[in-house]
Design a protein around this ligand. Structure first.
Ligand code: ATP
Ligand code: MG
Length: 278
């Protein structure tokens, strides 16, 4: 039997996953998955709904435990970390939730200030400066006193982004940042992801379904399915790599390794009109 590959860390890799295995409610989500996230780059993770993309992010931040495998973040194995070490590591990770998850009773300023108030005892003047700096970075300093229900979807996403970077993270994870955005808002978020990556040197992990958007920002893309990485490469060319996985996933074909379409009966019949329905 061959020895499992030991996870190691080098300067060019920020997150190294080896042999990750997860079973949830009897369903195998990851089956000895390996993945390297390069430092300072933008890495996209794609895959059919329910394959475990969000779960993978949660394994990396230690919010969910895997059954086996190693996840080295900056050279340290997340499953071995003490609670204190985990909290310390999480301060270095910004997490953008799919639904923005803003606190509805707090205005934009207080939403961004929230993590600072929770985790630090910084004086008010410093909190104010930090919050305004982050709001300026996402172009929303002028919206500081608006409530979440007064924001468009794109603005809410940018506020969530300002909050995610409030501790100057080394790693930022975006879970579905483009969902529901119009082309203008989508481009603004794309531009922000790129700017944060370049100007602050943040390593970015991006879970998304929109290949066109991913082509514009990501350096590398992983396609996961059936518990493993089934394809990876340059987002500009991956759809044409000739494999059955990529042909089906990017071509949106119903037939292939992944079942996309669920068979349905006749609609009129289901509504009780029988054969008489036109
Ligand atoms: N805490 C949990 N307990 C049990 N099962 C879970 C838990 N979290 C996720 N799952 C299951 O793990 C699988 C993967 O879920 P996950 O949310 O990671 O998928 P996803 O790839 O992010 O999907 P989507 O593209 O729809 O967001 C699903 O079958 C889900 O039901
Ligand atoms: Mg998800």
């Amino acid at each position: 039997m061959t020895e499992p590959v030991r996870a190691t860390s080098d300067d060019s890799t920020l997150v190294r996953v080896r042999g990750l295995t997860t079973v949830l409610n009897g369903k195998t989500i990851f089956d000895r998955l390996d993945m390297d996230i390069p430092r300072g780059k933008i890495t996209a993770i794609m895959g059919p709904s329910g394959t475990g993309k969000t779960t993978l992010l949660k394994h990396m931040t230690g919010q969910m435990r895997a059954d086996a495998g190693e996840i080295l973040v900056n050279g340290k194995n997340v499953p071995d970390m003490s609670r204190e070490a985990l909290y310390k590591m999480r301060e270095g990770i910004g997490y953008l939730f799919q639904n923005s998850a803003l606190l509805t009773d707090f205005d934009v300023f207080e939403n961004v200030a929230f993590p600072l108030r929770q985790h630090t005892k910084l004086p008010e003047v410093l909190i104010r400066n930090l919050v305004l700096l982050k709001l300026q970075a996402v172009g929303l300093r002028g919206a500081a006193r608006l409530l979440p229900n007064e924001l468009s979807g794109g603005m809410a996403r940018r506020v969530a982004l300002a909050r995610a970077i409030v501790f100057d993270p080394m790693l930022i994870m975006y879970d579905e940042p483009f969902v529901g955005l119009d082309p203008v808002a989508l481009n603004q978020v794309l531009k922000l992801i790129r700017t944060l990556n370049q100007t602050l040197g943040i390593t970015s992990v991006l879970v998304a379904h929109e290949l066109d958007a991913i082509k514009q920002v990501a350096d590398h893309v992983f396609l996961i399915a059936n518990g493993k990485v089934v394809a990876q490469g340059d987002p500009k060319t991956i759809a044409n790599d000739g494999s059955a996985w990529t042909r089906q996933f990017f071509g949106g074909e119903a037939d292939g390794p992944v079942p996309f379409q669920y068979p349905a009966g006749d609609y009129a019949q289901a509504l009780g009109f029988g054969g008489a329905a036109k």
